[in-house]
Design a protein around this ligand. Structure first.
Ligand code: ATP
Ligand code: MG
Length: 565
């Protein structure tokens, strides 16, 4: 492609609203332009890289046995009402009316459309399993669209859906998709982890998120330093594996803690370490109050509490409720002599001796408190967040934290949608059965941005060979120089003839401008045609490493092929 014939509007300045590198570089490199908040145009270079990601996704989907189709973005509200999501998806769902005042949504996801389609078209077990996917524009009215392509309101997603007559069949499809996702993100050159995720309210079970490791990620991943264990921090289990304190149990004693409220303040005032403290928090779990205990240096994880109680709602009791139920301010509550509420504790408490805790009297604590001797615990559970340095839940290695960008999500949906929408089939005995489903998403445009987050330097993007919009960049120093011009033209044809894709900077610009643009755009190999054109030599520069050398035109093809490998 000749630069003079395409549209690559590069910018010297960093756009004001672009906080992160991928957003800055994709705008500056002339890949994308914002049309409205969270809504982007993909310019010719942007479209090329997007297509390259899609190509990898398509190849791996087909390999996993999924078949491509295309569903409408415009979806009637009736379908969303059947699953109830018209009411509980919230304002993220873009809604509109047609000229007859009929309600529609712009597809944020396609469970409703595909399940109703399969309900109508598939009636027998003989047609199952079925695995279908599409690559399509999705709409979500995100509260905070930001970070360019990472969180848009209109974005490109690959979504796949599988339909089954048994859980075993779903498990098999899930494993295949999981493998396909690993292949996809590997081929995109990404450093990523598949992490155990929360299945949330939709009643599914297994679910994994694929996270690209990055400091700008919004999720925290807990991973083992010596195995492949990785989980979203909310989900990582903590092993019941603590050292039993050997201290001799002493008699509990009431002490004054005037105005010292937080664990840290009390610990300092009593000159006792945080890990000798018992943290007590009163929760309201659905309609029940529960006093939850953890060690002072640990944080209580309410998602775990929610799962223990199989609850829909969980929140901290208010200050007023706490005072009414336990008779003291939030900073002075504890488990001793508590009668009217359930008390549960983290496993770590079983191993504590001579601890301190709130006394359920304002400004007072107990010291030398011993669980099970001084107070009753109805159940011990894993209720805390995992921490860096904890033993990995699989027993191998220690836990470290990293931040991640969620680029993909695989999910065993179970029968939620099939039940709501009545997707059933006749089994071998002619009995009506509900289908079992899985769903699998990849943010294609988000993946593109995640690649740039991992592939850039101070001067611009450094595309991996699998994604780059063109493989080589020809830069002619002086287009008016006869010799340079003809060598450039010859090189352009020669490379294209060998199937190497080329961007040819044939503009009448100063060399400095062309070099800066070339670094910014970030193609893997640059061939500069300059002074030595008359000898048939050009300068070859490898973008990612900065390595630079002269090479004869006759050897260029072979060299590029080896670099791109
Ligand atoms: P997030 O927690 O980041 O909002 P999500 O859990 O809502 O993501 P899914 O509903 O699982 O996302 O959608 C599948 C994939 O689509 C995600 O893994 C992500 O890569 C992508 N995605 C979701 N929301 C956006 C968005 N606003 N902009 C770009 N990509 C998105
Ligand atoms: Mg979301």
């Amino acid at each position: 492609m000749r630069h003079s014939q395409t549209l690559i509007p590069t910018l010297k300045e960093v756009p004001n609203d672009a906080e992160i590198k991928s957003h800055q570089l994709l705008v500056r490199g002339g890949y994308i332009r914002q049309t409205a908040s969270g809504v982007y145009s993909f310019l010719p270079l942007g479209q090329k890289v997007l297509k390259n990601v899609e190509k990898i996704v398509r190849e791996e989907m087909e390999k996993a046995g999924a078949v491509e189709m295309l569903m409408p973005a415009l979806q009637p509200s009736d379908l969303w009402k059947e699953t109830g999501r018209w009411y509980n998806f919230g304002s993220e769902l873009m809604r509109l009316n047609d000229r007859h005042e009929r309600e529609f949504a712009l597809g944020a996801t396609h469970e409703e459309v595909i399940t109703s389609l399969i309900r109508d078209e598939v009636k027998s077990y003989k047609r199952l399993p079925l695995s279908l996917y599409q690559i399509q524009t999705k709409f979500r009215d995100e509260k905070r669209p930001r970070f360019g392509l990472l969180r848009g309101r209109e974005f490109v997603m690959k979504d796949a859906y599988t339909f089954h007559d048994s859980n075993e069949s779903l498990d098999e499809a899930y494993d295949k998709m999981f493998q396909a996702y690993s292949n996809i993100f590997k081929r995109c050159g990404l450093n990523f982890r598949a992490v155990i995720a929360d299945s949330g309210a939709m009643g599914g079970k297994d679910t994994h998120e694929f996270m690209v490791l990055s400091d700008i990620g919004e999720d925290i991943i807990a991973y083992s330093d010596s195995s492949d264990f990785a989980a979203n921090i909310e989900m990582a289990p903590v092993l019941d594996n603590y050292q039993q304190s050997e201290e001799h149990m002493q008699a509990k004693e009431l002490v004054d803690t005037p105005n010292y409220k937080s664990m840290e303040e009390v610990s300092q005032f009593l000159s006792l370490p945080l890990e000798k403290g018992i943290k007590s928090l009163l929760f309201k779990i659905d309609d029940q109050y529960v006093l939850v205990l953890a060690r002072g240096d640990h944080e209580i994880n309410d998602i775990k509490l929610k799962n223990i109680y199989n609850a829909t709602n969980i929140e901290l009791a208010s200050e007023e409720e706490t005072k009414e139920i336990l008779g003291a301010d939030v900073g002075s509550i504890g488990p001793i002599d508590v009668k009217n509420v359930d008390v549960i504790a983290d496993y770590a408490l079983k191993y504590m001796r001579n601890a301190y805790c709130g006394a359920n009297q304002d400004d007072k604590h107990f010291v030398n408190v011993n669980p099970d001797k001084d107070f009753h615990v109805s159940d011990y559970h894993d209720v805390r967040f995992i921490q860096e340095g904890d033993i990995s839940p699989d027993g191998n290695g220690t836990i470290q934290f990293a931040k991640g960008i969620e680029v993909g999500h695989v999910f065993k949906l179970g029968q939620f949608y099939a039940e709501k929408l009545g997707a059933s089939y006749l089994d071998e005995q002619g009995k009506q059965q509900t289908m079992t489903m899985g769903c699998y998403g990849i943010g294609i445009s988000r993946t593109l941005a995640a690649i740039v987050e991992q592939y850039h330097d101070d001067n611009g993007i450094t595309w991996p060979a699998s994604i780059t919009p063109y493989q080589a960049h020809i830069v002619t120093i002086n287009i008016k120089n006869e010799e340079q011009n003809s060598v450039s033209e010859q090189l352009y044809k020669q490379l294209q003839g060998q199937g190497i894709s080329v961007l040819y900077d044939d503009r009448k610009e100063r060399p400095g401008v062309k070099f800066a643009d070339s670094d910014l755009i970030g193609l893997p190999v640059r061939l500069t045609v300059g002074k030595r054109a008359n000898e048939g030599y050009v300068e070859c520069k490898i973008r990612a490493t900065g390595e630079q050398f002269d090479i004869h035109v006759s050897e260029v093809n072979e060299k590029i092929a080896s670099i791109l490998k």
